[in-house]
Write a protein that binds this ligand. Structure first.
Ligand SMILES: CC1(C)CO[C@@H](CC(=O)O)CN1
Length: 430
């Protein structure tokens, strides 16, 4: 009946252009999780979790108005789920006025790791800075202590580079130059060559990445003398597609030559082993179930026509489980205090603190891997390292920052048969 329903707000980026329309796969994934947690007998006993879903189009303005509608109209919402970094920033900054926990399943911006601005924010999507300890680990593994940085002038990359610079300083790694560009990388790449950069970390969105790669081909800043670190969450064939459409002057073959051998880092969003997760499914079981749901929704999955956000779908699925487990724990603790979630209002600090504490201590194996949050509410995640070998991405290994454990398959290949140097070695013959 009505009073035994726990209401939460869900804000998903579905329609619209520009930004990340990841709600297309994340909303169906969240709805699957809702079915599953409400079917669990010994979870939220006697209560049902209800998700009020809305479209933010990845627009902070629309996200804010959707949030106000959720909060100004009954029933009370006990928590908010959000996607894009821009929407999550707006919602999390405002939500603290209502003592609401905000759980973001699609926000990668490093700026969100800030308990002063976002005291009630948690995210199952790792921050973009999660790549940096892995980059440092790889530089140390191959003996590179002289690196360059090439970045697109976007907030997420600016704050990621700041974190990387701090970690390089800590590790005694010299940054010979940091070049940034808005959309045309020509001059920035020229400056890399001028500084004799050999090991370069590249941070840009995929459209800019295609422009960079073609520029590297033209300026011959690729091949056996150079090692490029790119971001790993572009499509696997990103350097061969959309060339005409985006005015790229290189051929597919030239792009392949420039791309050969580059390394990538990315956060793992799908659990890699076959373990049974808290939902009773393995990650592969979840994939099959999500694919069936998406086919029913009209996506031509068998012909690789995936909706945006497919990669991040496990993060949304596990976000709903995080909510259910946190509410379950809160209900147990409140009942001991003669209280209940039924008494929740937007100015009930005692219940809000219980919900916060329960989310903060959430730990479980989800389809996105082990789910746990740092003191800043950041997702703790593994990273994956790949390399393009003969035009295809090959898994080189995984890194667990928490335990500083690098699992390495020893399958990397260097074009010149040996590990490239980070500088010109002048051999003085005495
Ligand atoms: C890995 C990516 C594509 C990074 O951007 C996230 C969206 C955002 O941070 O707004 C979604 N996941």
């Amino acid at each position: 009946e009505e009073e035994n329903i726990l209401h939460i707000g869900g804000i998903f980026p579905i329609a619209g252009e520009g930004g990340w329309q990841g709600g297309q796969a994340c909303m169906p994934a969240a709805h699957l999780a809702l079915e599953d947690v409400n079917r669990e007998k010994n979870l939220l006993r006697g209560y049902r979790l209800h998700l009020h879903s809305n479209d933010s189009e990845c627009e902070p303005g629309l996200g804010a108005s959707v949030m106000y509608n959720l909060l100004y109209f009954p029933p009370y919402k006990l928590m908010l789920l959000a996607g894009c970094s821009t929407v999550c920033t707006t919602v999390a900054e405002a939500a603290k006025m209502w003592n609401l926990v905000v759980l973001c399943y699609g926000a990668s911006s490093p700026a969100l790791s800030d308990r002063n601005r976002f005291p009630t924010l948690f995210r199952t999507h790792p921050s973009a800075t999660v790549h940096n300890p892995t980059r440092i680990k790889l530089l140390q593994k191959f003996g590179w202590s002289r690196v360059a940085i090439l970045q697109q002038a976007e907030e997420v990359f600016i704050s990621t580079v700041e974190d990387l610079e701090a970690r390089c300083k800590e590790a005694g790694i010299e940054i010979v130059t940091r070049q940034s560009f808005l959309s045309d990388p020509t001059d920035a790449v020229k400056n890399l060559r001028r500084q004799d950069a050999r090991i370069i970390v590249g941070l840009f969105y995929v459209v800019a990445a295609r422009r960079v790669l073609c520029e590297l081909y033209h300026q011959k800043l690729y091949g056996k003398t150079y090692v490029w670190f790119f971001i790993g969450w572009y499509e696997d064939d990103w350097f061969e597609i959309n060339l005409e459409k985006e005015g790229i002057t290189c051929t597919k073959e030239q792009m392949r030559q420039a791309a050969e051998g580059h390394l990538t880092t990315e956060a793992l969003m799908w659990n890699q082993n076959n373990d049974t997760t808290i939902s009773g499914m393995t990650a592969e079981d979840f994939r099959k179930r999500l694919n069936k749901q998406l086919k029913d929704d009209g996506y031509d999955i068998d012909n690789n026509r995936y909706p945006e956000g497919y990669q991040e779908a496990p993060l949304a699925y596990d976000a709903v489980w995080s909510v259910a487990l946190a509410f379950n724990r809160t209900m147990e603790r409140l009942s001991k205090m003669g209280n209940s979630l039924k008494n929740f209002t937007y100015d009930n600090k005692e219940i809000a603190d219980e919900i916060y504490a329960a989310v903060n201590s959430t730990q479980f194996l989800g389809v996105s891997g082990y789910v746990a949050f740092s003191s800043q509410g950041d997702r703790i995640a593994l990273t994956q390292i790949e390399q393009v070998i003969d035009g295809k991405y090959v898994k080189l290994g995984y890194y667990d920052t928490q335990s500083d454990n690098l699992t390495w398959r020893n399958v990397e290949r260097w074009i010149g048969e040996k590990v490239p140097q980070d500088r010109t070695i002048i051999r003085t013959v005495l």
